[in-house]
Design a protein around this ligand. Structure first.
Ligand code: DGL
Length: 271
């Protein structure tokens, strides 16, 4: 079991923020990443569609013999985590609870903001999770649909990023939150620009919290890979591997060597 890979799934390239943190914390683990680039974005789709896509992606990774599945996508975690847990007999970690817990650890004034895709915010996943952990917390949420495309365009700072950030975060800023959950895979890349606008706010990056949960779970189940040999990182996408590689390397700061394009319907693999 120990040397089996960890499967990480996202709607596209954004989940690499989660892979990066897992790799940093657990460098001995073999990792398989699936980005559903043919069907991204999930953040504007209906719950039924997000569940259908998530089941297909999870099935693909499950068949690769993974010991643990990480739903790196906030949209998928918000909507399909329960369904996936019912359908697969391996541990599955989503990003919502780890992010919510971390926000509760750092808030001092008990006012937390959450930003994410439209589907994540509509699902109220963060809101409900935070309230279930502590009903006295004030939570304000805001969908920021333009953040994903600007990050994919490589616009991480500067005038355009500043304008969009101000447009989305103006109301939240007025409320006086002291903690903001970056509830979408892409948002950690905007950390610097968001910090500049929000000044003394704690920015909670779910990716780091998820990596810590993965480690805890592997230790608990005795699934931790202690081998000192070089780990493997294999990437699968459902479309446009060259684009994924180009943008992905900006996310990761290291090279993506092994990438395959797959079709989830027929599961045919081509290099
Ligand atoms: N991965 C998605 C998320 O974290 C963002 C991109 C999308 O909309 O699919 O919510």
């Amino acid at each position: 079991m120990k040397d089996k890979p960890i499967g990480i799934f996202d709607s596209g390239v954004g989940g690499l923020t989660v892979l990066k943190e897992i790799y940093k914390l657990l460098p001995n683990e073999n990792l398989i990443y699936l980005g559903d680039t043919a069907r991204v974005p999930y953040g504007i789709r209906s719950p039924e569609t997000v569940i259908k896509y998530s089941l297909e992606c999870a099935e693909f990774l499950y068949k690769k013999g993974i010991k643990l599945l990480v739903l790196a996508c906030n949209t998928s975690s918000s909507i399909s985590l329960d369904t996936l847990r019912k359908n697969f007999d391996i541990p599955i970690i989503g990003v919502i609870e780890p992010g919510a817990r971390k926000a509760l650890e750092v808030t001092k004034n008990n006012k937390i903001g959450v930003i994410g895709t439209e589907a994540t915010i509509q699902s109220k996943s963060y809101h409900l999770t935070i309230k279930s952990l502590n009903p006295d917390i004030f939570v304000i949420s805001k969908a920021c649909p333009l953040f994903v495309p600007i990050v994919e365009e490589g616009i991480l700072e500067g005038a355009i990023a500043d304008l969009i950030i101000e447009r989305y975060l103006k109301e939240i800023k007025k409320i006086g939150i002291d903690t903001l959950i970056l509830g979408c895979t892409h948002y950690p890349l905007l950390k610097k620009a968001i910090k500049k606008y929000m000044k003394d706010i704690n920015l909670v990056d779910s990716a780091e919290a998820v990596a810590q949960d993965v480690k805890r779970l592997l230790i608990e189940k005795k699934f931790l890979n202690n081998q000192k040999s070089e780990n493997t990182k294999i990437f699968y996408v459902t479309d446009a591997p060259d684009r994924f590689k180009k943008i992905g390397e900006i996310f990761l700061n290291f090279e993506i060597d092994t990438i395959y394009k797959i079709s989830l319907e027929a599961e045919e693999t081509t290099k």
